[in-house]
Design a protein around this ligand. Structure first.
Ligand SMILES: [Mg+2]
Ligand SMILES: [Zn+2]
Length: 187
């Protein structure tokens, strides 16, 4: 079994942009590819898990999510890194697109996407990390026994200012580069 680092997408790998629905609005943080490659080289599976309620809300086309993820994968590969899997939750309980307007077990902080990835990729969740700019990113990780790291990019500073008593991060750091460095120091 491999250890994994689960990465949120928006506000973590690329800039938070509200409901990202066009490639020309997607902006990589300058350190994202290097951070992912460093985690790859240390033997971690790197898995992107992202809530995409914009699909259920009729704002984001589901086909665009695939397109965006192919674009991210290609950008990372061009920099010598690899993303082992992409998982997204298209649901939202009060969405307007009937097919996706429901409760689910995959919308973070629910850990459904992490469990699915663990089954697909043979991951050891207890030795893994979940990284993101929202408390729900941390909570989805701690729900399965992984360690959670909150970033101050994206919406992270606002989140840091409103601690959640039931969500305990292992660390709060400035950005994905700092999170990768922190993870690599734990060994
Ligand atoms: Mg985010
Ligand atoms: Zn879902």
């Amino acid at each position: 079994m491999r250890r994994a680092v689960f990465l949120d997408r928006d506000g973590t790998i690329v800039e938070e942009a509200g409901y990202l629905e066009r490639l020309d609005r997607m902006v990589f943080y300058p350190y994202s590819v290097d951070a992912i490659r460093a985690l790859n080289r240390a033997g971690f599976a790197v898995v992107v898990i992202t809530n995409q309620a914009g699909i259920a809300r009729g704002i984001v086309r589901e086909s665009f999510v695939g397109e965006a993820h192919r674009h991210i994968a290609a950008r990372v590969e061009a920099g010598g890194g690899r993303i082992d899997g992409f998982y997204y939750c298209p649901h939202y309980a009060t969405g307007t697109v009937k097919e996706f307007a429901r409760d689910c077990d995959c919308r973070k902080p629910q850990p459904g996407m992490l469990r699915k990835a663990a089954a697909d990729l043979d991951l050891d969740l207890s030795q893994s990390f979940a990284v993101g700019d929202r408390w729900h990113d941390v909570g989805a990780g701690t729900a399965v026994g992984a360690r959670g790291i909150l970033l101050r990019t994206g919406l992270g500073r606002r989140e840091e200012a409103s601690p959640q008593p039931d969500v305990q991060p292992a660390a709060i750091v400035d950005d994905l580069a700092a999170a990768a460095a922190w993870i690599l120091e734990q060994r």
